[in-house]
Design a protein. Structure first.
Length: 144
């Protein structure tokens, strides 16, 4: 089964391309990707056909007072294995990762990606919450 990655980023208009590069790289590496962003960025991707059905985009980070509740509800039946986030959405991403039983920690004892990809993600300004640091959680296991 392919691993599911949730990417959290709320970029300004010109900053969406680095996120898209990370999304495309993960898709090429056979990850299933859901990009959580602002409603404006999500609608632009949806209208342009940029996802081409290869990945999903959800827009909710800018149009609600409770983005964590919206995100947790969206992923209720499809909890991601990994969380990748940039600084613009770090608080929401870390809160959701904790809710899903992932440690929001950058300690990379277990390697998911090769060094080249780690450097690519870091240069793009992202942090990975890896599945190797998954905390056993009865509520998380019940959802699987």
């Amino acid at each position: 089964m392919r691993r599911h990655v949730a990417i959290f980023a709320n970029p300004e208009h010109a900053r969406a391309l680095p996120v898209l590069a990370v999304v495309e790289e993960l898709v090429e590496r056979d990850y299933r990707v859901t990009y959580v962003t602002s409603s404006e960025v999500a609608s632009r991707f949806a209208l342009s056909g940029a996802t081409d059905g290869r990945w999903d985009v959800v827009g909710c980070l800018d149009d609600t007072d409770e983005p964590v509740a919206v995100v947790l509800g969206y992923f209720e039946d499809d909890v991601p294995d990994l969380v990748v986030h940039d600084a613009s959405a770090g608080a929401v991403a870390r809160t959701c990762a904790r809710g899903w039983g992932l440690f929001a920690d950058t300690n990379r004892d277990g390697r998911l990606f090769d060094d080249e990809f780690d450097q690519f993600v870091s240069r793009s300004g992202f942090v990975v919450v890896p599945e190797q640091l998954r905390e056993p959680s009865a509520s998380h296991l019940a959802r699987r």
